[in-house]
Design a protein around this ligand. Structure first.
Ligand SMILES: Nc1nc2c(c(=O)[nH]1)N[C@H]1C(S)=C(S)[C@@H](COP(=O)(O)OP(=O)(O)OC[C@H]3O[C@@H](n4cnc5c(=O)[nH]c(N)nc54)[C@H](O)[C@@H]3O)O[C@H]1N2
Ligand SMILES: Nc1nc2c(c(=O)[nH]1)N[C@H]1C(S)=C(S)[C@@H](COP(=O)(O)OP(=O)(O)OC[C@H]3O[C@@H](n4cnc5c(=O)[nH]c(N)nc54)[C@H](O)[C@@H]3O)O[C@H]1N2
Ligand code: SF4
Ligand SMILES: [Mo]
Length: 783
């Protein structure tokens, strides 16, 4: 676009806010909230403005780079692709297909092109050594979805717009803008909740921005959520609060849950959680007795030592108290592109524990191993060792546990390629970097977040700016790499249907197809009569019995009760640039369940088997004078990136260690001074912030910082470096049930640093001496 107003959805976080972007002569002059977007109602946060900074950033890579010693040289796409394909295929030829490791980072899920190209891309790589942000994030929720509802992506979503009691544990939506709950304008929706007489309760080790707006707040000791939730389940049974009558036909194994919760009385757990027994009982009664109520948890309950069981118990509590599938409780979405139903039709519902990782024997989930064992798989010699690595839209050096050890691992790879438009702390170890276009130069449809949204909505936008003639999108890069790789390997990968579909249609027309065949679509006539030219050939591509062909022949799922033909298509979305509202979430059980018997198994064995470990926690006192480390998301920061935007990072450093005044006094720390935080795996230096808004015994440090500038190209971020909390987090601690990283609740120690020391955790440059010491990790020092 040269001049005019462009409407699209912000791709940075899960909230999917509508943007109105003003352009004059090819330059952005303003970015505002789109007041006509029916879903986000004009709300945006400061990060949206920084989309302009990313777009215009001189540091953003626009041409493929190849390492030449410590320097980088620009090369052509042709040379880049052929080098990568030759090297990867060569390494697999010698060392086997699992010699390639791949990490898929968070921004992929905000990019429908990347999502749709992922399957053929991974098929072409053909490795079992896959990793992603999932295991540092929502894995326990996906496991609970799979175990209880039969599909890993069937997430229950809080019906915030109709609830009267919202219990929020281990989430900070005022800063994060919501997660596994796509909720633009959380603040406004919370105000509405309270204005209609509803209540919001927050439970967190820190009095967060969200806690500030809550009607009630409880501090909780990190990692003890499963104990609290067990005590709540215990109370439900003890006081006869269960409300399962309307779910009788499809609930199994209630009694096993009752047995499991038996030992966890509110009295017994309260010394560990820090929440008094009477408060636990009242909270449970409120949840049970308020018809429209829910309990919701996120990073704090998920990425911790008992993340699997804690997340299961959240689901159990909502079900036991009759809140699942009820307006104002937790509901399933009915998105326009319904990946859950598609997955069900094609037999892909997710899986767990089909394989175990080579070095530590950790379970795969959905074909991925836990990111906490990435370094092990690269560093440990033997058959199946990872020797080449592909990083797509991620920065695990800063975002995965024990980032320093991971960097040491990356540095010793035979070959590494990264698909990213910044030269960051991870791909400074790469041999080749393939930079895709930035988000304003590509189209946008939220395949994932529409499916997690508190209303059913759909919205599409074309690219705002025409990409440069020689630029590539993520999906083009993935397809090209896949094609060349399989040509090198002389495999018939091109025959895969997911590849053919993408090659033939591209992400937008494939999205169109998915919209048309989805629950709000139009009946597709045999032979593709209603489809745009080009689709006709589609049915010819597909074998007669293929699920997609059946879907095409059937129209919008064909099944009674599911079909809500609204004639939704890409064309229709293009005519509605502010998005289309498809209505509130509605009850859909038991039809929507994907379990084989159509029932919810409330007590899956893998959770029950872990209850003993939870019980053991009751007897284990924390080490004296250690603090428990928790994270802290910040409105102006986005995981490990967006720190190269001046307007987001300006002002006082936000990468601080927040401690309670009692701990500060005990440890001799004063506000603003430098402190060294150390753990069993590393140490960092950063400023301390003394605050009575955090529990005693806890320290909070945000993640994603630590931009030492050595070998990276992030000038602004470097000037606001901070330190990486993941240098402190032990990659050997994972929740054994799910394999999720323990990002919250690990023990660290703080000591004052004389004021002359630099307040950053300096990291290493590639090629320089590696400072991670395997034998004595805590002695790992920055130079
Ligand atoms: N200690 C601690 N660690 C954490 C967390 C925590 O709470 N505490 N949170 C975890 C969570 S929930 C997550 S999701 C992960 C996130 O961690 P990662 O999965 O590593 O993702 P990001 O940090 O968002 O990585 C962003 C990278 O993607 C690039 N990028 C941005 N957009 C695009 C694009 O469109 N295409 C491509 N190819 N690249 C792009 C950026 O340049 C940047 O280098 O961090 C996890 N790490
Ligand atoms: N501004 C901004 N927004 C973001 C992101 C970002 O980096 N910046 N990242 C996006 C991503 S990838 C995600 S996954 C979401 C995450 O969204 P949220 O989960 O809402 O975000 P967090 O701020 O990590 O919230 C976790 C909360 O858990 C608390 N906590 C820590 N340990 C425990 C514990 O043991 N028990 C309990 N009960 N609480 C605990 C922390 O104090 C914190 O308040 O945010 C998304 N939105
Ligand atoms: S809240 Fe999230 S989606 Fe909304 S403007 Fe901010 S970063 Fe973008
Ligand atoms: Mo995340």
């Amino acid at each position: 676009m040269q001049t005019g107003t462009h409407f699209r959805t912000c791709n940075l976080c899960e909230a999917t806010c509508g943007l109105a972007i003003e352009v004059e002569q090819g330059k952005i002059t303003s970015i505002r909230g789109d007041t006509e977007d029916r879903f986000s109602r004009g709300y945006i946060c400061p990060k949206a403005l920084a989309l302009q900074d990313v777009h215009e950033d001189p540091d953003r890579l626009r041409t493929p780079l190849r390492r030449n010693g410590d320097a980088w040289e620009e090369i052509s796409w042709e040379e880049a692709f052929s080098t990568v394909a030759t090297r990867l295929a060569g390494i697999q030829k010698i060392h086997g297909r699992n010699a390639i490791g791949v990490y898929l980072g968070n921004p992929n899920v905000h990019n429908h092109g990347a999502m749709l190209a992922m399957m053929p891309f991974l098929q072409a790589l053909g490795t079992h050594n896959r990793f992603s942000a999932t295991s540092n994030d929502q894995l326990p929720h996906m496991l609970a979805n799979l175990e209880l509802f039969g599909h890993q992506a069937l997430f229950p979503i809080p019906d915030i717009d109709h609830t009267d009691l919202f219990i929020c544990i281990g989430a900070n939506p005022m800063a994060s803008n919501g997660s596994l709950m796509t909720v633009p304008d959380f603040r406004g929706r919370l105000k509405d909740l309270q204005a209609r007489g509803g209540r919001f309760v927050a439970i967190d080790p820190r009095r967060t921005e969200t806690a500030d707006r809550a009607d009630a707040f409880h501090y909780i000791r990190p990692g003890s959520d499963a104990l609290l939730l067990m005590a709540m389940v215990n109370t439900v049974f003890a006081e006869g609060l269960a409300q399962t009558a309307n779910q009788q036909g499809w609930l199994k194994d209630l009694d096993l849950v009752r047995l499991a919760a038996g030992p966890f009385t509110p009295e017994k757990v309260s010394v560990h959680t820090g929440i008094d027994a009477q408060a636990v009982r009242e909270l449970t009664r409120d949840l049970a007795n308020t018809p429209r109520a829910l309990i919701y948890g996120r990073m704090g309950t998920s990425t911790q030592a008992h993340g699997g069981v804690a997340t299961w118990l959240l689901y159990v509590l909502n079900i036991l108290t009759g809140k699942l599938d009820r307006p104002g409780g937790m509901l399933f979405t009915a998105p326009a592109v319904d990946l859950v139903t598609l997955g069900g039709l094609s037999g892909q519902k997710g899986h767990f524990g089909r394989r175990y990782s080579r070095v530590r024997g950790l379970p795969e989930f959905g074909g991925e191993f836990p990111s906490s064992t990435m370094a092990d798989e690269i560093l440990t010699p033997g058959e199946g060792q990872i020797r080449a690595f592909v990083a797509v839209a991620g920065n695990p050096a800063l975002s995965s546990p024990n980032g320093r050890r991971l960097e040491q691992a990356f540095a010793q790879l035979d070959f590494m390629v990264s698909v990213d438009y910044y030269l960051n702390e991870t791909n400074r170890h790469a041999d080749i970097i393939l930079p895709p276009v930035a988000s304003l130069e590509r189209s946008h449809y939220d395949l994932i977040f529409n499916a997690l949204a508190v209303r059913n909505v759909a919205k599409f936008a074309d690219a705002l700016f025409e990409p440069a003639p020689d630029a590539r999108t993520d999906w083009e890069i993935m397809l090209e790499l896949g094609q060349r790789l399989s040509a090198e390997k002389k495999r018939g990968w091109q025959d895969s249907i997911s590849w053919k579909l993408m090659k033939l249609l591209g992400p937008d027309r494939l999205t169109d197809l998915l919209l048309r065949t989805g629950p709000y679509g139009v009946k597709v006539l045999p032979g593709g009569g209603l489809l745009e030219p080009g689709f006709d050939s589609l049915t010819r591509l597909l074998p007669r019995k293929h699920w997609l062909r059946e879907l095409l022949d059937m129209g919008p799922y064909g099944r009674p009760g599911r079909s809500l033909p609204k004639g939704l298509s890409l064309g229709k979305l293009r005519k509605n640039p502010h998005g289309i509202d498809l209505g509130p979430l509605r009850p859909s059980l038991p039809q929507r369940l994907q379990t084989h018997d159509g029932k919810i198994n409330l007590a899956p064995r893998r959770y029950l088997a872990d209850v003993e470990r939870l019980q053991a926690r009751l007897d284990n006192p924390p080490p004296a004078d250690a603090l428990q480390l928790i994270g802290r998301r910040q409105l102006r920061s986005n995981n490990s990136w967006m720190h190269n935007s001046r307007r987001l990072v300006k002002g006082k450093s936000r990468c601080t260690a927040v401690v309670n005044p009692a701990d500060a006094a005990r440890l001799g720390l004063t506000d603003g001074q430098s402190v060294q935080a150390h753990s069993d795996v590393g140490r960092i230096v950063l400023p301390v912030e003394v605050s009575d808004r955090i529990m005693a015994g806890v320290v909070s440090i945000p993640h994603g910082w630590g931009h030492d500038g050595q070998g990276t190209r992030l000038a602004v971020a470097e000037a606001h470096a901070g330190a990486s909390v993941n240098d402190l987090i032990d990659d050997h601690q994972v929740d054994p049930v799910s394999g999720v990283s323990v990002l919250n609740g690990q023990y660290v120690w703080l000591t004052p640093v004389p004021s002359s020391s630099p307040a950053t955790g300096a990291r290493r440059a590639p090629g320089k001496s590696r400072q991670y010491n395997e034998d004595n990790p805590a002695a790992t020092l920055s130079e």
